[in-house]
Ligand binder design. Structure first.
Ligand SMILES: Nc1ncnc2c1ncn2[C@@H]1O[C@H](COP(=O)(O)OP(=O)(O)OP(=O)(O)O)[C@@H](O)[C@H]1O
Ligand SMILES: [Mg+2]
Length: 271
């Protein structure tokens, strides 16, 4: 368990003993009065939410709203400016920028293996366990057949899946996918939808940063960020016109499932 914050740790309610090493009871992530930023400048504040195991969370917001910043904090790369962030599990991410960057000549299996190495001490060579974890992860995303293919020759959707395999090979219970749909065609996006649902059914939690309101309707929870937490809850309950306007700064958007009633975010550029 990692806990970062400059306030005293939360006291467990009920006075029970701490969970045994390796077992997770209660939420995987808890944020309370959390403010995040760079140096002393706060870029997103008022964060308060719990993510339970097996839950899919859409993190919705405009460019610069604070989605990637939240992911950095969850990965332990950014200490809170204020408040408490408890992360009771291993987190793994598919960053916003990696799909185009990994163009040097490596195979899909090499990329997946990078994830399995994350838990390995520096003096150990990767062995059968890491090999198995990497191949298993490629199987889970439907890319085992292309294990020996060059990563640089893959399509965007295939690369996305291999990068998810890399995150899975790290044996993380919380996956952070930063705008994983950008650049995917409809069939690849459908595949990714199914994969996210399968991962959650296995008990993993998945947080997905997106600009797209429609996508978030399929997930269990939505977290709306626009420099502050605008809303948190199940999408059907919280995504109304007022919340969408506050999330997107008053721009007119249409509420999925309620044509004519409201409001869709205008096109936001992909990265
Ligand atoms: N390394 C950094 N140093 C200083 N400020 C930063 C840094 N990274 C991001 N910011 C600022 O933090 C704010 C939130 O950025 P962040 O990248 O979290 O937004 P985002 O919601 O992920 O946006 P996008 O949809 O464009 O990916 C922005 O104002 C951005 O300029
Ligand atoms: Mg971002």
């Amino acid at each position: 368990m990692s806990e970062v914050g400059n306030s005293p740790p939360e006291v467990a309610v009920g006075g029970g003993s701490a969970p045994a090493e390796g077992s997770v009871s209660g939420p995987l992530v808890s944020a309370r009065d959390l403010a995040l930023g760079y140096g002393s400048e706060v870029v997103v504040s008022g964060l308060g939410f719990d993510v339970d195991p097996g839950v899919t969370v859409g993190v919705l917001g405009p460019n610069g709203g604070g989605k990637t910043t939240l992911f950095r904090a969850l990965l332990g790369k950014l200490a809170p400016v204020r408040g408490i962030l408890r992360v009771a599990t291993t987190c793994s991410t598919v960053p916003q920028t990696d799909r185009s960057r990994l163009d040097y000549p490596v195979t899909c299996l090499d990329v997946a293996r990078m994830g399995s190495l994350a838990g390995l001490s520096w003096w150990k060579r990767p062995g059968r366990r890491e090999q198995k974890a990497s191949m298993g992860a490629l199987e889970a995303v439907g890319m085992a057949d292309l294990a020996d293919a060059s990563f640089g020759d893959l399509s965007g959707g295939q690369r996305q899946r291999v990068l998810i395999a890399r995150a899975l090979a790290a044996e993380a219970d919380l996956l952070l996918l930063d705008e994983p749909y950008s650049g995917l065609d409809a069939p690849s996006a459908d595949r990714l939808d199914h994969l996210i649902v399968e991962l959650a059914a296995e008990g993993r939690s998945v947080m997905i940063a997106t600009h797209d309101v429609d996508q978030t309707m399929d997930w269990d929870r939505v977290l709306c960020l626009n420099h502050e937490q605008v809303a948190w809850g199940s999408p059907g309950d919280v995504l109304d016109r007022e919340v969408l306007e506050r999330t997107y700064g008053g721009q007119i958007v249409e509420i999925p499932g309620h044509p004519g009633e409201g409001v869709l975010p205008p096109h936001h550029h992909d990265h």
